[in-house]
Design a protein around this ligand. Structure first.
Ligand SMILES: N[C@@H](CCC[C@H](N)C(=O)O)C(=O)O
Length: 284
């Protein structure tokens, strides 16, 4: 380790196998070190620790623009594995809440966490799962048709923001998307100016769907909480069911559920798991 390098603590966690490196930054001194290059290095599955995303756990009072939130002590500083910054992470916010509770940094059973996409409140459920108030889904502001293309195949897509951008595609078989070695193309660019996460969705039964997801800034992952909300919201519109409905959503890494409250708030329920802890140097 060079003279300038520092040792940083991390905790590995996952929600339905969407996995994260949580970096506690309780005195807000690590922001500059946890940059794009460092994130890429530690998130790398071969040369680093491996993760879909990195979450810097930092006091909201020390994050410009989030200093004055009532009853919100913590901010989720989320980066995808490629180092890009994202609005928030539906699986990660459950894992972060569990970490804060188990570390004694917050009291339960309810915790509000600030994110770039707004404040999200997490509730610890009696059965050991966690429910997140995910906000309202926002459909596209234009009626322009949207598409997802992979290889030679193109499907119509439903664009929706939760608040991360998503393109939801209904297919007969999730295998139709192929191996997904390249990012799916989302079109037109005017609808998706910041690109999008893509969900390939099939029906499993009444109010029960399954999906594969390509995460912007990562690749194909085993789950995506905002993507699961986007897919359930799109399926509810397609099925013409009213608010108050709950959909079960199978992902490669497990199962989540999404309820749309009568006021339109989406509730995402699922597990949060904490695992390996250790330290990593800021310079390799
Ligand atoms: N895995 C997350 C979403 C993470 C951000 C996403 N890749 C993006 O760039 O929008 C989730 O569980 O929601």
């Amino acid at each position: 380790m060079s003279a300038e390098a520092t040792s940083i603590r991390f905790v590995k966690g996952h929600g339905t196998q969407n996995d994260f490196l949580l970096i506690p930054d309780t005195d807000a001194t690590l922001g500059e070190q946890l940059d794009e290059a460092f994130t890429r290095r530690i998130a790398d599955r071969h040369a680093g620790l491996g993760a879909d995303g990195v979450i810097r756990v930092v006091p909201a009072a020390r994050v410009p623009g989030h200093e004055d939130l009532d009853d919100v002590e913590w901010f989720m500083d989320y980066r995808n594995a490629d180092g890009s910054v994202a609005e928030m992470c539906g699986n990660g916010v459950r894992v972060m809440a569990r970490y804060l509770w188990e570390s004694g940094l917050a009291d339960g059973p309810m915790l509000s966490i600030a994110t770039r996409g707004g404040v999200r409140t997490v509730h610890a459920e009696p059965d050991g799962t966690f429910t997140v108030e995910m906000g309202h889904a926002k459909p596209a502001s234009t009626r322009q048709m949207s598409f997802v293309a992979v290889g030679g195949n193109t499907w119509p897509a439903t664009p929706v923001w939760v608040p991360n951008p998503h393109a939801v595609v209904f297919v007969d078989d999730v295998a139709a998307a192929g191996l997904l070695t390249e990012p799916p193309q989302v079109r037109p660019a005017a609808v998706f100016p910041e690109s999008a996460n893509v969900e390939f969705v099939v029906d499993r039964g009444p109010r029960h769907i399954a999906l594969r997801v390509w995460e912007r800034g990562v690749g194909e992952t085993r789950s995506c909480g905002t993507g699961v909300c986007a897919a359930a919201w799109a399926a509810m519109r397609r099925d013409g069911v009213g608010a108050g409905s709950t959909y079960a959503v199978d992902v490669p890494g497990g199962q989540l559920s999404v309820t749309e409250r009568p006021d339109g708030e989406l509730l995402l329920t699922g597990p949060a798991v904490l695992g390996v802890r250790g330290t990593v140097d800021t310079e390799s």
